[in-house]
Ligand binder design. Structure first.
Ligand code: GSH
Length: 223
């Protein structure tokens, strides 16, 4: 089963697609990347993911599946040998899933609000709120190199995109969210995770992502 053809339907600037590619690359799985135009969704995407119509979609042996965090777990289960993504201990696995959900439900929206806020007074409150959301997540890093221990694991894959996007958001919105004072462990983890070849090479390059984020932010602000 693991040998069957693997395809990823994605878009280069999607942090959720990056999760899936990171997991596949850490496992050493060869895959075909199919570029999707989200402004003009293909018939293929709508057939593979008729419910949310979003990327990423992983197609394994002709069977499609959606939702990046679900896909990352699937990859770890199917390609069992070699690199381990999920913690071996059931309690640690439950913790990793809890923080992944917390990050998606609480931290991502808080960071997005800073990204879409106009430079000015109201920003201070939004930055503070984003920091307050990230602080509990930071506790999961205490005493560890990565969220999952000594090597990049499930939670690092789920939130690894922060290391690329947050500094860009900070630059565009002229704010500082992940500071040495407020979030020192996350700040140090940004450097550590970007030093991992697979992570750095999977995330979109900063020089390419920044102009896209800038244009998108301007569109959102003027809407
Ligand atoms: N919860 C989903 C989020 C996926 C998602 O939001 N994908 C975006 C690209 S970053 C998308 O396909 N957007 C198209 C749309 O919303 O129509 C996951 O983790 O896979």
């Amino acid at each position: 089963m693991a040998e069957e053809c693997v395809k990823v339907v994605g878009m280069w600037a999607s942090p959720f697609v990056a999760r899936v590619e990171m997991a596949l690359r850490l496992k050493g799985v060869t895959y075909e990347y199919i570029r999707e135009d989200l402004a003009n969704k293909s018939e293929m995407l709508l057939r593979y993911n008729p419910v949310t119509k979003k990327v990423p979609v992983l197609v394994h042996g002709g069977k499609p599946m959606a939702e990046s965090a679900v896909i990352v777990e699937y990859i770890d289960e199917v390609w069992k040998d070699g690199y381990t993504i999920m913690p071996a201990d059931p309690y640690e696995r439950a913790q990793a899933r809890f923080w992944a959900r917390y990050a998606d439900e609480k931290c991502n929206p808080a960071i997005y609000l800073v990204y879409t806020s106009a430079i000015g007074e109201g920003q201070t409150k939004l930055v503070h709120e984003a920091q307050q959301c990230l602080k509990p997540l930071q506790k999961a890093l205490e005493g560890k190199k990565f969220f999952c221990g000594d090597a990049v694991g499930y939670l690092d894959i789920v939130v690894g995109w922060y290391a690329r996007w947050v500094p860009i958001i900070e630059e565009l919105s002229a704010t500082s969210i992940v500071t040495d004072q407020e979030l020192p462990l996350i700040k140090a983890w940004f450097d550590r995770i970007l030093a991992v070849d697979v992570v750095r090479e999977t995330l979109p390059p900063r020089d390419k992502l920044l102009p896209l984020c800038k244009v998108r932010r301007e569109q959102l602000l003027s809407a």
